[in-house]
Design a binder for this molecule. Sequence first.
Ligand code: NOJ
Length: 561
Amino acid sequence: MERKWWHEAVVYEIYCKSFCDSDGDGIGDLRGVISKLPVLKELGINCIWFAPIYKSPQVDNGYDVADYQDIEPDYGTLEDFKELLDLAHSMGIRVIMDMVLNHSSDEHRWFQESRKSKDNPYRNYYIWQPPKADGSEPNNWGNYFRDGNGSAWEYDELTGEYYLHQYAKKMPDLNWEYEPLRKEVYKMLHWWLDFGVDGFRLDVFTRFKKPEGFPDTKKAPNVILDRNGFIMDNTMCLNVEGIHEILHELYTEVFGTRECMTVGEGAGVTSQNALGYVAKEREEIDMVYHFELSHRKLFSMTPEHFRKVQTEWADVFRHNGWAVQYMSNHDSARQVSVYGSDGIYRMPSAKLLATLIHTSPGTPFIYQGEEIGMVNVEFDDIKDHNCCYTVGDYNSMIQSGMSAEEALKIVGPRSRDNARTPYQWDASKHAGFTTGQPWMKLNPRYTEINLEADRKSEDSIFAYYQEMIKLRQTHPAIIEGDLRFLLEDHPQIIMYLRECEKETLLVIANYSNEKISLQLPEDIRSGKWQRVITNVKGTIPSVDGRDYLLPWETEVYSNTK
Ligand code: NOJ
């Protein structure tokens, strides 16, 4: 396979609003990011993915774009962004933009025009349908945010029609059937590439194509989450026939004509259909990330699940396509809280998760704060929450008769807000994130968990990430190696080989809070393999009279040929 820069990259996602505030208004901004580029360089990442930084009313923190070619004023200006981009490039860091092309904000100029009249030239940029004979919504689809009355259609009195919004009602879906819209999107993408960005993360790209005739969903209603009879069926516009034509055209008109990387957010992408999107000859997109390893609805992981998912996906991408490895992002709870342990084993478990991600086949994506083991937050009032999913779910639960306390207990641990509290830089007021009033409450554990404290600690998670990221440059098996699991039935230990021509790596992880006995293979005991990284000090298991792994211990060994 031809080697591209993103095969070797380590991507770092920045959620600008919560990263670093330079001007004291309580909102993270681009100048704040500029001031922290040296830290990211030290960490060793070489690509930044910016969650949307475009001008936006912020209903969904930027996933509601009001102008694709301007920067959200709270974050700065296009000039600031150009400076950031040039600086990042001079430091060897590439930058990709989050491209939200399934929908825009209703404040986008296109929508403002579209709603004016049925014969407005922009009318078909969006999806409009007449009411049913009784005046009701065109079908029973519910929106994913449980916004408004719950329907995925919003009535607009001005023209007497409904428009489709799979997400919030202020986020109307764009109409990919309409050529002038597609052409305008291509022009805009070229403009960003001319501006100097290195690629795009495509938001919910599997939902661009809608089913012919907008049929009712037949899914049974969920009494707690659906609203007013509108059914939140997340498969209603997923992988609909014709989606590949849309992506192929995007490729022939834009991606394939330029030097750029594309990674798709793969809602509904499975090991069965993934190659349809990312196989080279399909000419659609480069990489896709799936939700099968970790998802905000999965509250735990087991070695069995890890082995199953990784084996399945390694098979898919053995000769074609490329994987993304991650356990959390701005849409999930904090990985150390969900898949690790955020009590006394926070530090070793954060490192163990990093080891699994960075030594599995594919490109690792780090979410801000993960590298210092940031944990979930517990808010005791829904008013402290910001995420529309969380608030929508909460409201539906209250509507179905649940108490506020019960509802909060359910939505809290899986809330996207866990990932969105401001970055914890130090133990000073507001964790060094802002000198003003933060837009969102901080995690009160910031006095204990922050970058400064972490870097001073002998057990620094940040330092472990630095080491781990460096291994990617020096150990070819991390990028090229085939994946083979050992101890396939072990309930606590995850053990696998990554084998390539030049080297074999052995990864060992005790995925538990317990000490687990283990005899390492003779080769390791006899010293033929070199330990390249570990999260415990000193002793090598089975060599120094120790025939066990400590809780959350992880080790990586290399055998060069
Ligand atoms: C996926 C994004 O990651 C999420 O944050 C957003 O709410 C939805 N797409 C809608 O754009």
